[in-house]
Design a protein around this ligand. Structure first.
Ligand code: PLP
Length: 396
């Protein structure tokens, strides 16, 4: 049986137009299915970082803020990310962690919301940081948190809805939520839709402008391969920028930061989302890593991601003894992100054994094995091998 699937994998890899992008990454014999936590290193990034260290910091020193473009990196790199999430230029700024950007987005959205609206709806199954931070934002702004499953959002909307904070793809199950329909429903009810794109940017089309999203945040160290702890980003739709009132109005978001005036006057545009001195080394590693996207269509990435997740699920069903794993990732393409999550007993032992045998995924306690599918460097043979080794581990 494994010959059949291995043969199909070889044919699919041979026909894959994205296969050539794998060469752009530093990889080894490991089947790396954890790019939904930490993306792989693009090969050219170390040399670029070396240049930043040696030339820009080592020789030019302070001059690099201007001469090497350090000062404008947050908005410049935001514009590099923009096409990957369907945003026009001037609406995304890079900096800080996702958690900090969730804070900026939720507080600013609640300030943008109409008077009298006092509820912040939060995805009840959200990645924990979003819930913690929305809770704190609510305490600060006098709003009330309403936890609600994404599917129940339309029914929970009403005249008190100020902000709705949702995840595009659920980090645990890999479920893709309906961003266009949910955004439309939130806006029709008079609220603002804030999306967390951590698990969708770089994996599937997002369409921020097309679908009228109000604000969004996301990280860059997963599918965007920016490196460990690389800075996150904040999207503020152009129509909200003039009224965007940041809860962290640091000096680098000032209209004239070097005037050093005691009074705050916000800069125009995405710069308004900045806070303090940008983390240049991480930021420039991210900027370099974004080069791998040159010439890549996100729709092609999405098509390969769906084909790979289908194929992996098929191999798992064929190889793994019945009843040992259950997929919690939706079968319907319209509801699937770019990971496969399998419910399984004894996940810690199973994942340790997988890693020892060269298949790197991760787990979410208590019972979910996660396998991230990053179409730029994962192939069909990888998916087949991962399923075969998983079956071996579970049989053993
Ligand atoms: C969906 C989601 N939101 C937020 C975060 C937190 O990001 P950060 O650690 O950059 O604050 C993560 C991290 O994995 C995440 O997956």
């Amino acid at each position: 049986m494994s010959e059949t699937y291995a043969g199909r994998a070889a044919a699919l890899d041979a026909a894959d137009e994205l296969a050539k992008y794998r060469e752009l990454f530093t990889l080894d014999d490991t089947v790396y299915l954890d790019g939904n936590s930490l993306g792989a290193l693009p090969r050219h990034v170390p040399a670029r970082l070396q240049e930043v260290l040696t030339r820009e910091w080592g020789e030019l020193r302070i001059r690099s803020w201007e001469e090497s473009g350090w000062w404008t990196a947050p908005e410049r790199i935001g514009d590099r990310i923009a096409p990957l999430v369907g945003a026009g230029p001037g609406q995304i700024v890079v900096g800080d962690s996702t958690s900090v950007n969730v804070f900026k987005a939720v507080v600013a959205a609640s300030r943008l919301a109409a008077q009298g609206r006092d509820e912040i709806l939060v995805d009840a199954t959200t990645f924990p940081t979003d819930g913690y931070i929305a809770g704190s934002a609510a305490r600060l702004t006098g709003h009330r948190i309403v936890p609600v499953a994404p599917a129940d959002v339309p029914a929970a909307l009403g005249p008190r809805t100020a902000v709705v904070l949702l995840n595009h793809v659920d980090y645990r199950t890999g479920r893709l939520h309906d961003l266009p329909a949910l955004t439309a429903a939130v806006r029709a009810a008079g609220g603002l839709a804030v999306w967390d794109l951590c698990h969708s940017a770089g994996a599937l089309p997002v369409g921020l402008d097309e679908h009228g999203v109000d604000l969004a945040v996301g990280c860059t160290y997963k599918y965007l391969n920016g490196g460990p702890g690389s800075p996150a980003y904040l999207y503020v739709a152009e129509r909200h920028q003039a009224a965007f009132d940041s809860p962290l109005p640091g000096w680098t978001s000032h209209a004239d930061p070097f005037a050093m005036t005691p009074g705050y006057a916000p800069a125009e545009g995405s710069v308004r989302g900045r806070v303090g001195t940008p983390d240049i080394l991480s930021m420039l590693a991210l900027e370099a890593s974004l080069d791998v996207w040159d010439g890549v269509e996100v729709t092609a990435v999405r098509a390969k991601s769906l084909a790979l997740t289908d194929f992996f699920l098929e191999c798992v069903a064929a190889y793994v003894p019945p009843g040992r794993v259950t997929s919690v990732t939706p079968a319907a393409h319209a509801e699937r992100g770019s990971q496969v999550a399998l419910r399984c007993e004894d996940t810690e032992r199973v994942m340790r054994a997988l890693v020892e045998r060269g298949v790197v995924g991760d787990l979410r306690r208590p019972d979910v094995l996660r396998f991230g599918i990053t179409p730029l460097y994962v192939g069909f043979a990888d998916a087949e091998r991962a399923a075969r080794i998983l079956a071996d581990v579970l049989e053993g």
